[in-house]
Design a protein around this ligand. Structure first.
Ligand code: CMP
Length: 149
């Protein structure tokens, strides 16, 4: 199956009116969005989404931030999309993120770091399964970019 990844526009970015700017970067790059939804997560969803961080000292802060407001979850599909979206997002710690990346342009914090993106294809499928059902995905071609799977 073609690679898929998850990008989350976090509550800080929603509050700052950055949804459009972030989605526009995905589109301009030529990536294909196959599902998108705005939602408020509950504790147990955040525990599933960030299961690998649950024992870390920063987890309570991360959890309370993620449930603090709505977020936008975006499923993206295409060759190498995990790596491409990670590059677009920039370094996790916003002060380390290069200008030109999403966090480099909009973020100044580690917890409130604007977006989340999956770090590996297998991890992406797991994280997507927490937030989307298989029937949420739309199958279509980008007619001006036949090379996008
Ligand atoms: P994200 O890409 O969503 O993945 C896990 C999140 O934990 C990360 O972005 C940060 O927002 C947050 N976080 C907070 N503290 C740390 C830390 N010390 N190391 C890594 N991630 C952290």
């Amino acid at each position: 199956m073609t690679e898929r990844t998850l990008l989350i526009i976090k509550p800080d970015a929603i509050q700052r009116g950055l949804i459009g700017s972030i989605i526009s970067r995905i589109e301009r790059k030529g990536l294909k969005i196959i599902a998108l939804k705005m939602m408020m997560l509950t504790d147990d969803y955040v525990d599933k989404l960030y299961d690998i961080h649950i024992d870390k000292v920063f987890y309570p802060l991360l959890n309370s931030f993620i449930i603090s407001g709505p977020l936008v979850a975006i499923a993206i599909q295409g060759k190498n999309c995990v790596k491409i979206v990670r590059k677009l997002a920039g370094a996790t710690n916003s002060p380390d993120a290069e200008p030109g990346t999403i966090r480099g342009d909009y973020g100044i914090d580690l917890t409130k770091n604007i977006v989340h993106s999956s770090d590996k294809p297998e991890r992406a499928l797991y994280e997507l399964s927490v937030l989307f059902k298989e029937e949420d995905y739309v199958s279509f071609d980008l007619i001006n970019q036949p090379w996008v799977e």
